[in-house]
Design a binder for this molecule. Structure first.
Ligand SMILES: *[C@@H]1O[C@H](CO)[C@@H](O)[C@H](O)[C@H]1NC(C)=O
Length: 255
């Protein structure tokens, strides 16, 4: 009798054990499925930001801030940026009949094209918090933005071809000396002009302000061979350059 009881107990514990194991596996599968669908969701969100299908977002969806942080600090972000730069170089190797008359021009964005704001966003939720312009500007005044190395190299290559470089930024005019110091400290020098937003430009959309700068350049006789920027508002509108190149940025959107 005692022996039977032991057998029954042993059998029962085996059954319970396997049921528990099943639950563990199910839970694990469920967790994996949730993780994969979240990853798919965030990746497709990011991709559609880059495709300019998702516009004017004010914050990164909260469940994706970890994902965006991982991407923006990853070797994939670097590889994506480097690939864009390679395409610029390929284009430049055959595109342009540079006339050497001082009227060949190229336009760069500043933030997240020449300089990186990632150190700022590391401390401010990686796009998960609504952008606080005054806090970002305080950080800009610290002159600590690092260069994006891949663009630094391209900047000098374009300049060495005798093409004039115009930096067209949505930073405000009062940040000029900080911006110049920051650019020079990390290795940028020899640009033709740094365009910043004057008071009257602050009421315009970034897209309109940047198009007006290009219009002025074209009226002065410049041939704009290309623009490279991380925001669609840097590339859109008229007059158009011959080519535009978009760098990845899924932290914020300037319209
Ligand atoms: C924005 O940043 C400034 C400066 O750091 C701070 O004083 C202010 O409270 C912030 N505003 C919001 C809404 O968080």
């Amino acid at each position: 009798m005692a022996r039977n009881l032991v057998l029954i107990l042993a059998f029962a514990s085996l059954c319970i054990g396997s049921v528990l194991a099943d639950w563990n596996i199910l839970n694990q599968m469920r967790r994996t499925a949730v993780r994969d669908s979240l990853k798919n969701y965030c990746e497709s969100w990011r991709m559609n930001v880059e495709l300019n299908n998702i516009r004017e977002f004010e914050v990164v969806p909260q469940e994706c801030t970890d994902y965006i942080k991982k991407y923006m600090t990853s070797s994939q972000y670097k590889a994506d940026s480097e690939r864009a730069i390679e395409e610029v170089k390929l284009y430049l190797s055959g595109c342009c009949s540079l006339e050497g008359d001082g009227k060949d021009a190229w336009i760069f964005d500043v933030d997240d094209t020449l300089l990186s704001t990632i150190p700022y966003f590391k401390k401010h939720g990686f796009g998960g918090e609504k952008l606080n312009a005054s806090s970002l500007e305080e950080w800009m005044k610290e002159i600590k933005a690092p260069a994006l190395d891949h663009t630094l190299n391209l900047f000098h290559e374009i300049k060495n071809r005798g093409v004039k470089i115009f930096l067209v930024s949505s930073r405000k005019e009062y940040l000029r000396s900080y911006t110049v110091d920051n650019l020079i400290n990390v290795g940028y020098h020899g640009w033709t002009s740094l365009e910043l937003r004057a008071l009257e430009d602050e009421y315009k959309k970034v897209k309109q302000y940047k198009a007006e700068v290009r219009k002025r350049l074209v009226n002065e006789g410049y041939r704009i061979w290309g623009i490279i920027g991380d925001q669609w508002s840097s590339l859109a509108g008229h007059p158009r350059p011959k080519r535009t190149f978009k760098l990845p940025n899924s932290i914020y959107y300037l319209s």
